[in-house]
Design a protein around this ligand. Structure first.
Ligand code: PT1
Length: 287
């Protein structure tokens, strides 16, 4: 019998025996889906953030992903000082206060260091620790990391993405980043992997990767996936942002059935219920 993975970091642990929800907390003026609701006059609105965070945890989120830089297609980079000012006060306000693992969605070594010092439990980097100094900062924090695949950078990644074989290319990239992290002293058990849906991928690329999640899970690291409200739903169905929840739930269930352990989602109540059905069937021996 294989033992279920457990995510440990910053003094917290989380069993991944059943799929978990990671709620999205965007501290940006320009988030693609929730347009700056937690941000006012150049800084996080901490009352609004705490309220939203507690609501997400009450609704079933086991992790909260705190981000100060939008990485949706076309997004412009954010200066490091600005990103620090957006997210560090949020980590400080939530650490020890909400019953969830706090994930910091950043590629910046200074943000990684400051967030770890402020009480974050997980480093989620859409650039897989490739920015100079990020790998060292993550390793020194002792926190677990999520390594994501992206082709190009957010400002231009959707301009004609190309692969030889998208699944093989993403798998090779993730294997290489795992090896680099292991060599830097990060434990194998502290590494999550993410194929990076929507990051330099056409609809066909995204669907190939969704179908191939079992192959990526076989790399031996828990998979985190983010498909919630993404534009592939618009491309398939013509839905606007606020009409994408039903398809997002279907994608969450399809991902969990294919082995994803953490689902990054905006609609926490609904995603938690959907994943509870996956877990119920699995526990009954049905999957
Ligand atoms: C993700 C993710 C993330 N996504 C991880 N972190 C975003 N680990 C931010 C679109 O096509 O999937 N995994 N952090 C948000 N990024 C996008 C990308 C938002 C594409 C929207 C799209 O609409």
């Amino acid at each position: 019998m294989t033992t279920a993975p457990v995510l440990r970091g910053g003094g917290r642990s989380l069993s991944l025996a059943r799929p978990r929800v990671m709620g999205v907390l965007n501290i940006t003026p320009d988030s693609f889906s929730d347009g700056g609701q937690l941000y006012r006059a150049g800084a996080a609105d901490l009352d609004a953030v705490l309220y939203r965070a507690e609501a997400m945890v009450a609704a079933g989120a086991s992790l909260l992903d705190i981000g100060g830089e939008s990485t949706r297609p076309g997004a412009e980079p954010v200066p490091e000082g600005e990103e620090l000012a957006r997210v560090v006060p949020v980590v400080e306000a939530l650490a020890g206060r909400v019953d969830a693992m706090l994930s910091i969605d950043s590629s910046s070594p200074a943000v990684i260091r400051a967030a770890a010092a402020a009480g974050a439990h997980l480093i989620n980097d859409v650039r897989a620790l490739r920015r100079p100094g990020a790998l060292e900062a993550a390793a020194a924090s002792g926190l677990p990391v999520c390594l994501m695949h992206m082709q190009g950078s957010p400002d231009t990644m959707q301009a004609g993405p190309r692969y030889g074989d998208v699944v093989a290319d993403v798998e090779a990239f993730l294997r290489e980043r795992v090896a680099v992290c292991r060599a830097a002293g990060i434990d194998a058990g502290s590494i999550l992997l993410d194929p990076g849906f929507g990051f330099g991928k056409t609809v066909a690329h995204n669907l190939s990767l969704l179908a191939a999640l079992p192959r990526l899970a076989a790399l031996g690291h828990p998979l985190l996936v983010g498909l919630s409200r993404k534009s592939l739903i618009a491309k398939l169905l013509g839905r606007s942002i606020d009409e994408r929840m039903p398809a997002s739930l279907a994608l969450a269930v399809l991902s969990a059935e294919r082995g994803a352990r953490i689902i990054r989602a905006h609609d926490v109540v609904e995603t938690t219920d959907a994943l509870a059905m996956v877990a119920a069937l699995a526990e009954a021996g049905g999957a």
